[in-house]
Design a protein around this ligand. Sequence first.
Ligand code: ADP
Ligand code: ZN
Length: 721
Amino acid sequence: MARARVLLLNAALGPLDYRIPHGMTARPGSIVVAPLGPRQLVGVVWDEGSFPDVETVGDNRLRNLLEVLDAPPLPETLRRLIEWTADYYLAPPAAVLRMALASMSALEGTRTVIEYRATGQLPDRMTEQRTQAMERIGERQGLVRELAMIGGVSDAVIRGLVKAGAFEPVEVSVDTPFPEPDPAHAPPALSDKQLEAASQMADAVRAHEFTPFLLDGVTGSGKTEVYFEAIAAAIRASKQTLVLLPEIALTEPFLERFEKRFGTVPVNWHSGLRQSERRRAWRAIAAGEARVVVGARSALFLPYPNLGLIVVDEAHEASFKQEEGVHYHARDVAVMRGLIEHFPVVLASATPAIETRHQVDLGRYREIKLPARFGGAQMPDIKGINLLTDPPERGRWIAPPLVVAMEEVLAKGEQSLLFLNRRGYAPLTLCRHCGYRFQCPNCTSWMVEHRLTKRLACHHCGHVIPAPRFCPECKEEDSLVACGPGVERIADEVKALWPQARVAIATSDTLHSPARAADFVKSVEAGDIDIIVGTQLITKGYHFPNLTLVGVIDADLGLEGGDLRASERTFQQIMQVAGRAGRGEKPGHVFIQTRMPDAEVIQALIAGDSERFYLIETENRRRANAPPFGRFAAIIISSEDSDEAAQTARLIGKSAPQVDGMRVYGPAPAPLSVLRGRHRHRLLIHATRQIDIQSVIREWLGNLVWKSTTRVAVDVDPYSF
Ligand code: ADP
Ligand code: ZN
């Protein structure tokens, strides 16, 4: 009798065995429907002999598989990747499988997608926005959201144009292929250095060779142009390419550049897709028809049958590390996928992670450097401002030397950017009279004042309250004070200094949609803005030729708390924001305000010396036996019931095994000890590289039981703690 071991899309379950009924063809990889109790679930037939721990069931107790779905089978290499990910990150295989089958979990789905295209009719009422959107969209057809992105307007504007008859709906079957990018559409003339870099990558693509590349080039050196040539090589070789971006905010400019180079936009995989759209993209990917896919980390597990290249852009970004569900690092899984499927993986970054650079030192990754900006633009000159000897006036945050520099830039008609990685007006509000502090009821965090929206908000769970007028504790009026600065407060200071200057705040609050972001970019490019005050949102991707000055308000902010990556993250963030200065013909200047001018990271920044920072930080890590030398894992125990969480944490702590070369710290309250109403405790495990930390943890936790209302999550190689 034919049986099949099936991994169901239900994270709570391991694989189960089923009978393959007569006349059904189900092989490893087949996507099937199987009964479970009264339910019907989608799953994938796994390989014979896989999951040897599964209890076998006698033939007579097996239930029949119900159906094999009409979809390409999951490739063998992807099944290996799923197993590896589940093993390495100690996650249920089904949870990883769900990312691969993203769209197949719903059995029923509409067979069509509604797209829109111009009718050629102009609406009676035209606005500037409408005209501009229609011009930019032209003949293009797409989803409302995509047209909005291309047109640089909100979804509502496109819907308005549909109503006005300027666009009409077109029913597209989920089987309709996407247009193919053309590698010969508009190739650039590469510099010698770029050409050399591009040909190394293209060679590896053509040779189907696993080669991890670190494309290490300063901001503006032309990394994107270089990896575009690797993509062109993959298209010519009839291979698929996946480009992973760290943030949706970077997608729109990417699509635009891609279209200029290849004549059409790539297939865009993102969380905003509807079921039918998701299905269409998934099918095109699984059929090998989607040649180039751009997406966030979740696009990594899709069933490309024919992948020939992965590019991870801004590869150092923390957002590639998923912090819930399966705690995986997309950069590392991308490299593993390249190894399993034999193709090159390009990690592009101006500020590579210490771990990645270390792989180069070990000879495992091939480094390609682009040390100069393209077209001869100079790197900005970086100076420190010691806040202890050159402090701002009382109640202000911009120190005199920065004020002077901004004054000059303003007089020349050039633009400045002030960087502070804090949204809102002030991070803490307290009562001067009784000392009351506004704290989030769901999290261990302060409520941040947002003066623009007249609210206090928790940045962890989104809880908001109207801005209070009196203290809830002592009822005193006029006793509430804002402590510390956020970008809104800095913007106020700028307006007080230069009432005539045009100031824009750039954060996820003000640029919350692609349309708003596009408007912002347009007004900066048009010279309608003199001074930008922004958070990390502004540190990446933007190219403003007239922006010549960057001021970092508080370089020490990220160094407080002293977690493993504090220095590294500070270095990366400030290098990135410094990279916004002087991208055109005019040279850029950067001022870094700090209370620790002698800190190594600050010194390295001022010297603009990445190499020195890397050497010092690597040495610090070596001494502390921290990654990439030693390794960490965290066990996070959480429950809505604080006693229950504490009890389970103690139970796990007490059962910690004794292993040479491994130390267990805690349990202790996690850094955010209450998050979204859940009480969190943490154990931290520090071990040498020789220890198989996964096996140790698997055995350790495998012997314990806890209440189902308690969640225990393992984070292997945590990003920060
Ligand atoms: P990076 O990705 O390293 O930040 P980009 O690829 O964005 O750098 O290049 C920086 C700027 O230089 C962009 O405006 C890009 O269009 C331009 N550029 C880079 N290489 C070339 C080239 N070979 N020909 C023309 N323009 C180029
Ligand atoms: Zn909260």
